[in-house]
Design a protein around this ligand. Structure first.
Ligand code: AMP
Length: 270
């Protein structure tokens, strides 16, 4: 496994490579990332994983500072998975040009996390634009856990590059909590709350189709969810997977949630 820290060396290294699969990450590799890597290895001849905690996508400095870092452990896992190349760039290498036109989201995209994390997706799109330009992958593998991220990047990247964005299903732990690098920051009591939230969401979803008025039902259940779990809820919304518009039917739709336990922000969709 090659480890490359510099973009000009990376360019040379990738020159002759065809059928390239790319898995962008912010490190603290877990089974969710692993599933993306395995899918890339299955369908592509060469797999590159990037580890880069992109500062421009953090709307909160404290969140950026406390984001988990485990580079040695990550490299061991990636080596075991037989990743071909790991790219660990520096910020000055990624942000090496100023764009003439600022990245901005359309009004209709300013929903869910985009509404609550100002500038977050603009930062994600910016870094993915830069990484895609540099790496020129055939396929980019992204997790459905961050569905809105996948949705926005699919639109942005596939319009500008020949690269295809491939969605991969959410990997969960034995309590059904969606795996996330941030979960290491949770105490065992908080993990129990997170597990209970998933359980309640599954129950809400199961009962949604029986309701005459989905929104009234959701509002009731939202209150229960907050009271039962003492979470700080940002949103719980039923949205269509195709266009992320609000939905009143379970068909082709998912419940999207963002909430805080002990100041740790968690997202999921079911
Ligand atoms: P991150 O390191 O959190 O930026 O995530 C890197 C990639 O892994 C993104 O495409 C995420 O959507 C994906 N990912 C993170 N957690 C999971 C999970 N539990 N299951 C599947 N994919 C995931």
């Amino acid at each position: 496994m090659k480890i490359i820290l510099n973009s000009s060396i990376l360019k040379k290294e990738l020159k002759e490579i065809k059928n390239l699969g790319f898995v962008p990450t912010m490190g603290s590799i877990h089974k969710g990332h692993e599933s993306l890597i395995k899918k890339s290895k299955k369908t592509c001849e060469y797999t590159i994983v990037s580890i880069y905690i992109n500062p421009t996508q953090f709307n909160n400095l404290n969140d950026f500072k406390k984001y988990p870092k485990n580079i040695n452990k990550d490299l061991k896992i990636l080596k075991k998975l037989k990743v071909d190349l790991v790219f660990i760039p520096k910020t000055k290498d990624i942000y090496n040009f100023k764009r003439s036109k600022k990245i901005s989201l359309s009004h209709k995209d300013k929903i869910l996390c985009a509404k609550y994390r100002k500038g977050h997706f603009e930062g994600v799109i910016d870094v993915m634009d830069r990484l895609t330009k540099l790496i020129k992958p055939n396929k980019i593998f992204m997790g459905e856990k961050d569905y809105q991220q996948f949705f926005l990047l699919k639109k942005f990247i596939e319009k500008r590059y020949p690269s295809k964005i491939i969605n991969c299903k959410t990997i969960r732990d034995n309590k059904s909590i969606a795996l996330s690098s941030r979960n290491i920051l949770l105490k065992s009591k908080s993990l129990k709350i997170a597990a209970n939230v998933v359980k309640e969401l599954r129950n809400i979803k199961k009962n949604l189709n029986k309701q005459k008025n989905v929104q009234i039902y959701l509002n009731e259940r939202i209150q229960n969810l907050i009271n039962n779990n003492k979470i700080k809820l940002e949103y719980l919304e039923l949205r269509n997977l195709k266009d992320l518009k609000t939905s009143t039917t379970i068909k082709n739709s998912r419940l999207f949630i963002a909430y805080y336990i002990e100041n740790i922000r968690l997202i999921d969709n079911l």
